[in-house]
Design a protein around this ligand. Structure first.
Ligand code: KIV
Length: 264
């Protein structure tokens, strides 16, 4: 397996070749994911919920993210590793620079920030300083208290147009990738077509360039908290490696997410 780079994913987008990614938080799972066909992993601040037992991502600290990024990097040496800048760790430019540098030193290849037009200056500054940035739009979990819950975003025309304008502004500011979470299929398609950078969807339908799921959802270990857009791949398989291979295969074939995992 070759080392996966951002330019490789851009190339995949141009060839309309879809790719699967997954969250990872430790070396053992990261190594297993890499061995079974995943080459893009996110050390998500979802670890606040999946690992730490909180009910949101807000309590996650930069030190938590550094620790888990180091663990994942030790397990997955060839994958493209995204790492989340946690809540309020990029509120100012200098905070963003310090936080991003710490995650890059821990082994990340690209940092992920939640937000639209208001983070363009941060995106430009980080990019100029050699830190690749992935932006996250739609249902951005760090804003759960502004949204009043985990709700689908971009359903009406104005908010859909605004999200598209934000995405274009972020690409122009230098963003190298975009995660789109919980938006209608048609909006995800508009954004994916408008951008030349790879767009990774979660609860955004089948038209994005890549898909990402939280590993606990893929393996059905979220109890009764599994979101409707996710799928437990382990129920159809005899073990975890087979479930990961099935997830990758269905994403690459454009079979996952199906209509029942999408919003309209
Ligand atoms: O933190 C996370 O796991 C994420 C994914 C849901 C995309 O941001």
């Amino acid at each position: 397996m070759n080392i996966t780079t951002i330019s490789y994913l851009r190339h995949q987008k141009q060839r309309q070749q879809k790719f699967a990614s997954i969250t990872a938080y430790d070396a053992t799972f990261a190594s297993l994911f890499e061995q079974h066909g995943i080459s893009v992993m996110l050390v998500g601040d979802s670890l606040g919920m999946t690992i730490q037992g909180h009910d949101s991502t807000l309590p996650v600290t930069l030190d938590d993210m550094i620790y888990h990024t180091r663990c994942v990097r030790r397990g997955a040496t060839k994958s493209l590793l995204l790492a989340d800048l946690p809540f309020m760790c990029y509120a100012t430019l200098s905070q963003a620079y310090e936080s991003a540098a710490a995650l890059m030193r821990a082994g990340a290849n690209i940092v992920k920030l939640e937000g639209g037009f208001w983070i363009t200056k941060t995106v430009r500054g980080l990019t100029e300083r050699a830190v690749p940035v992935c932006c996250h739009l739609g249902l951005t979990p760090q804003s759960v208290n502004i949204f009043g819950g985990y709700k689908i975003q971009g359903r009406d025309k104005d908010s859909a147009d605004k999200l598209l304008a934000d995405a274009i502004a972020l690409e122009l500011a230098g963003a190298q990738m975009l995660v789109l979470e919980c938006v209608p299929v048609t909006l995800a398609e508009r954004v994916t077509r408008a951008l030349s950078i790879p767009v990774i969807g979660i609860g955004a339908g089948v038209m994005t360039d890549g898909q990402i799921l939280v590993m606990h959802d893929v393996l059905g270990i979220t109890g009764n908290r599994a979101p409707s857009f996710a799928r437990n791949f382990l129920v159809d398989c005899e073990d975890i490696p087979a479930a990961i291979r099935l997830y990758v295969q269905e994403v690459e074939a454009g079979e996952f997410p199906a209509t029942q995992h999408s919003f309209y």
